[in-house]
Design a protein around this ligand. Structure first.
Ligand SMILES: [Mn+2]
Length: 422
């Protein structure tokens, strides 16, 4: 019978990290957010127990900083001990946020069954089940916060080197798994690695950490994969977050199943309210958008940043003082598991731009100017940069799309004002 191995591949826990970039957070939510990452880690541990996996591999950035507290370590080690009590070993490497040279060995001794991979050189361990060698685990920890550009973190992490280091029993193991914290080809500054060389190293699967968004090289048979972070840490880390449940079978393609772990989903929602006649209809449209987004996030609690768009006669109503804030408060009161941290109004007045272009001299000239600006985004970037410099403010990084958006907003704003004055 074909032998099989199942394990959880997790990474980028960032225990101790605050959830950043949120605007208005009531006290009850501040508590939920402070617990979001530890709860997501608990869900990783529970997934391993529920699926009765052979082992857990964690690929770095366990802690958010080199100054992780005793409490952070306690939370992490309690999870490792729960796994150990169920007979599930854990293989660990450190990342750029928690390099091995800055770990606090004085806080806790690694529990039995937990194996930290060396930061000095390629390091190997042999996983056995019922006395039978089943999997070679190879990898290397991140040694310091900064990775030397010329060094290769995957150097020497090969099946052949593992067999040499571990002895003849390792050669009997049908499976091999690599564990690394690397920028791969996505981040050249954080120990990049060449995926083609990883493919040639003789391992079945590479459990990687560092990139916070989930990635697999080949959906049909993943061999090089990032599980992503276990919980979004700021409003830009939207969408589902979790770990990989990996099944390796002799003579069959690898199977990787995503297991969500995030306890609070973070989302950026754009809601078109052009079809809304009243504020209560706007409120309902936002609520519908929240439930739709939450359906795919697979966790109950959600913080969203909502931008209202569309041409609507309500544009002027939304601009009245206090209206957006009241609307946001009403939304937050109506459903306890959802929080809108900011409600942004980008609606416009319904204007007949075609008519304006032919009727008025000024609107026509304005729209022509905007069209000219759109054709030369580079010139606009230079002009904006100069304006920032003159005001002694650091200029933002501007892309062509950002210029396009600014031009569109400026055009809408002036036309709005013009129509209102008229
Ligand atoms: Mn990370």
């Amino acid at each position: 019978m074909a032998r099989q191995l199942r394990f959880i591949h997790g990474a980028d826990l960032h225990i101790g990290a605050p959830i950043r970039g949120l605007r208005a957070v009531p006290p009850a939510w501040a508590e939920r957010l402070a617990e979001a990452i530890p709860r997501a880690y608990d869900r990783l541990v529970e997934a391993a127990l529920r699926h009765e996996v052979d082992f857990v591999a964690i690929s770095g950035d366990v802690f958010d900083t080199t100054q992780a507290s005793y409490g952070d370590y306690l939370r992490f080690f309690r999870g490792l001990e729960r796994l150990g009590a169920a007979g599930i070993p854990t293989y660990l490497c450190t990342g750029n946020h928690d390099p091995l040279s800055r770990w606090q060995p004085g806080f806790f001794e690694l529990p039995q069954g937990v194996r930290m991979l060396s930061s000095e050189r390629a390091d190997f361990a042999l996983f056995e089940r019922d006395g039978e060698p089943l999997c070679v685990v190879g990898g290397r920890s991140y040694p310091n916060k900064v990775w030397a550009q010329e060094a290769d973190i995957a150097e020497g992490v090969t099946r052949a080197a593992a067999e040499q280091a571990l002895g003849p029993r390792a050669a009997e193991a049908p499976f091999g798994v690599g564990v690394l914290h690397t920028g791969l080809f996505m981040d050249p500054h954080k120990a990049p690695a060449d995926p083609a060389r990883l493919q040639e190293a003789g391992f079945d699967y590479w459990a990687l950490g560092h990139i916070h968004r989930r990635y697999v090289d080949d959906e049909a048979c993943p061999r090089v994969a990032f599980s992503g972070c276990i919980q979004g840490r700021d409003i830009k880390e939207t969408g589902p977050r979790g770990v990989n449940l990996v099944t390796l079978t002799e003579g069959a393609p690898n199977m990787v199943e995503f297991v969500p772990t995030a306890s609070v989903a973070l989302e950026m929602l754009t809601v078109d309210v052009s079809g809304c006649a009243t504020l209560s209809a706007v409120s309902e449209a936002v609520m519908r958008a929240q439930f739709r987004a939450n359906g795919s996030a697979r966790c109950e609690e959600m913080v969203s940043r909502v931008t209202l768009v569309g041409a609507t006669a309500l544009h002027e109503v939304l601009a009245q003082e206090g209206v957006l804030e009241d609307l946001r408060a009403a939304l937050n009161d109506s459903y306890a598991d959802f929080l809108v941290d900011a409600l942004v109004d980008r609606t416009t007045l319904p204007l007949d731009k075609g008519a304006l272009r032919t009727e008025g001299l000024f609107p026509a000239a304005l729209m022509q100017a905007a069209a000219a600006q759109r054709r030369a985004p580079q010139a606009q970037q230079a002009m904006l940069q100069d304006a920032f410099m003159q005001a002694k403010v650091t200029p933002p990084t501007l892309t062509d799309e950002a210029v396009e958006q600014l031009v569109a907003q400026a055009e809408d704003l002036v036309l709005d004002l013009l129509v209102r004055e008229g």
